[in-house]
Write a protein that binds this ligand. Structure first.
Ligand SMILES: Cc1cc2nc3c(=O)[nH]c(=O)nc-3n(C[C@H](O)[C@H](O)[C@H](O)COP(=O)(O)OP(=O)(O)OC[C@H]3O[C@@H](n4cnc5c(N)ncnc54)[C@H](O)[C@@H]3O)c2cc1C
Length: 388
């Protein structure tokens, strides 16, 4: 048996680590438990965009802006460099006929307070001289930023430790234990940790842990591929996504070739602080198969060359896959569990976990301390799936 803790957090990805950081900063006695090491799941198999440009206007945009704001203010206090850069992001619009849709999108985003604006073809060319000359234009969001996602998870975990949290790597949680229906501890393969509060932040694996308790969790792995280019001349200084990425993310039909549609291929470009660049993206439901699929990689590379022809000459040094924790309405579950006092879930961030990590840590802390949460929590509740 290990020492009792106020809160045990299951999973030391970017979400669990952020929660540990936020809670320990306000004095909670926290254990952060991972079956592996910090950032050994999806948080080390992803990109590092911290975006609000790609979020639906309304609640999702508001949450992303809050998270971006919190992160920007946290960065100076974190114990290591997370390679945070506020380079801004651009949604590239491929065809002239899509510019009207882009204009409407900008209007809706502006109405809800996101600072975005249209860049016409000329301005895009001036900002990104390597861009294919026939592209119609873009949407600029200057407040968007980028981090090294692994470094962010490590910085949160390390910061939590400095505030007194106990890190327990290589410790697999086997059960969340109940007494009279309420949480009384967490069982691991290295012993039992008594606690009245458990936060399950195990990403795509949260469902396995929670389902043992008879709670059905609609979180499914949505596989994605990433290509890494060697350090060379960068095609562009900001980060870029194609406008159609918004549709690929929501699983909506796009006017692209069938294979790209099938694998949800949409161009994403990330400039990293180390001078490499990353190319995404793909989306598919393929269970937990981590294999890199060369066909998907070829499609992603072809899509990248459509936007930046110079990428055809770039050397790719590796590729990897990760599992986005998908929920049917594309929002995470950050919530208590009705009928199980002391049990909380913070998972299901799909392709937004890096962007929403700071807000999630903040909101879970609000919930556990009984503070008025910074946003309405009902759109993030588990009850939205279980009620009725
Ligand atoms: C290709 C790709 C690109 C992406 N790009 C972006 C992006 O640019 N911006 C963005 O915002 N988001 C992005 N995402 C999404 C983001 O990576 C995820 O939403 C985020 O990493 C999820 O973090 P997490 O902490 O919930 O899960 P994870 O990082 O998976 O952490 C869960 C942890 O739980 C641990 N665990 C599991 N089971 C147990 C157990 N039984 N006991 C103890 N520990 C356990 C695991 O070892 C793991 O460390 C991308 C994802 C992918 C796949």
């Amino acid at each position: 048996m290990m020492r009792a803790r106020d809160v045990v957090i299951v999973g030391a990805g970017v979400i669990g680590s952020s929660i540990a950081y936020h809670l320990s900063r306000v004095g909670a006695d926290v254990a952060l438990v991972d079956r592996d090491d910090v950032a050994s799941g999806t948080s080390s198999a992803c990109d590092g965009h911290v975006l609000s440009v790609d979020k639906e206007p309304g609640y999702d945009s508001h949450l992303a802006r809050l998270s971006g704001f919190l992160l920007r203010n946290l960065v100076p206090d974190l114990p290591c460099d997370v390679q945070y850069h506020n380079w801004g992001s651009v949604l590239a619009v491929e065809r002239d006929e899509d510019m009207q849709t882009a204009q409407r999108f900008v209007q809706r985003k502006s109405n809800d307070g996101t600072s975005v604006r249209i860049m016409d073809r000329g301005e895009m060319r001036a900002d990104a001289p390597n861009l294919a000359p026939d592209l119609a234009g873009g949407v600029l969001c200057q407040s968007d930023s980028v981090v090294n996602p692994m470094a962010l998870a490590f910085a949160f975990a390390q910061g939590a430790r400095q505030h007194g949290a106990k890190l327990l790597p290589f410790t697999r949680v086997t059960d969340i234990d109940l007494q009279d229906g309420a949480v009384c501890g967490v069982s691991t393969d290295r012993g039992h940790i008594p606690t009245g509060t458990a936060v399950c932040a195990a990403g795509v694996w949260t469902a396995d842990i929670i389902e043992k308790m008879g709670v059905d969790l609609p979180i499914t792995p949505r596989k994605g591929h990433v290509l890494v280019a060697e350090q060379d001349r960068l095609p562009y200084w900001r980060n870029m996504l194609e406008f159609g990425y918004l549709m690929a993310k929501r699983g909506l039909e796009r006017d692209v070739e069938p294979a790209m549609e099938k694998y949800g291929v949409a161009f994403v470009y990330e400039r990293t602080a180390s001078g490499n660049f990353l190319i995404g993206s793909s989306r598919e439901f393929a269970g937990f198969d981590p294999q890199v699929d060369p066909d998907v990689i070829r499609l992603m590379a072809r899509r990248a060359v459509r936007f930046f022809p110079c990428i055809a000459d770039a050397h790719m040094i590796r590729s990897y896959t990760g599992f986005r924790p998908y929920t049917p309405d594309h929002r995470p579950i950050v919530s208590g569990v009705d009928g199980v006092p002391g049990l909380y879930i913070a998972s299901g961030h799909e392709g937004n976990g890096i962007s929403l990590a700071a807000a999630t840590g903040h909101l879970v802390t609000d919930m556990l301390l009984g503070r008025e949460p910074a946003v309405d929590m009902s759109p993030l509740s588990l009850a939205r799936f279980t009620a009725g």
